[in-house]
Design a protein around this ligand. Sequence first.
Ligand SMILES: O=C(O)CCC(=O)C(=O)O
Ligand SMILES: [Fe+2]
Length: 217
Amino acid sequence: MTASFDLFANEPQALQLRLGPQAMVLRQRALPYAQQLFEGIQSALLQAPLCQLQTPGGHRMSVRTSSCGPQGWVSDERGYRYATAHPDTNKPWPSIPVAWQTLAIDAASEAGFNGFMPDSCLINQYTPESKMSLHQDRNESDFTQPIVSISLGMSAVFLWGGMQRSDRPSQVLLHHGDIVVWGGTDRLRFHGIKHLTGAPHSECGAMRYNLTLRRAR
Ligand SMILES: O=C(O)CCC(=O)C(=O)O
Ligand SMILES: [Fe+2]
């Protein structure tokens, strides 16, 4: 075995994958916090149960969602928007755990966005039957604030498109512990989830969780 082989064996995979001028995947960035994140999700969902929301067009989303923070993302026949209370329980959303805030703020700054101040964390739960069509995140009031999106559990095929819905998206595999950050000129890029892929996850089975931290107001 050569010395260089040894060096490469210890080399982590490329830890940052650039998706655009102001967008990147921070591979495995959330891995050290995964257990803590799973526990936080479980306790948040006890207070704010997952819902299968209706789109304004009358379809049921295949993803189940909940939120933390002063603002939670909701959807119904009246449209997509942020709300201060859970649509079923009418209670305020649980607060965003401080560790999630810190992780998101640090990830944002590593991707070039200082001063990220999330007031909303969407919790998406996917099964192998779920997908999320190409969309832009545009219900927020300040597009200078980035999006920080944490993947946990099963891997997924992330669709990373352009500024037009018709732009053909590239496909990026997102794995347990990866964080995607996008903002600035990439803030309104179309994106989505084609489907989950790979084996069930040791911690959460045939499921993927995504935490999307944003500044809503
Ligand atoms: O699950 C993901 O990785 C993306 C989720 C997303 O784009 C959204 O909730 O707006
Ligand atoms: Fe999105």
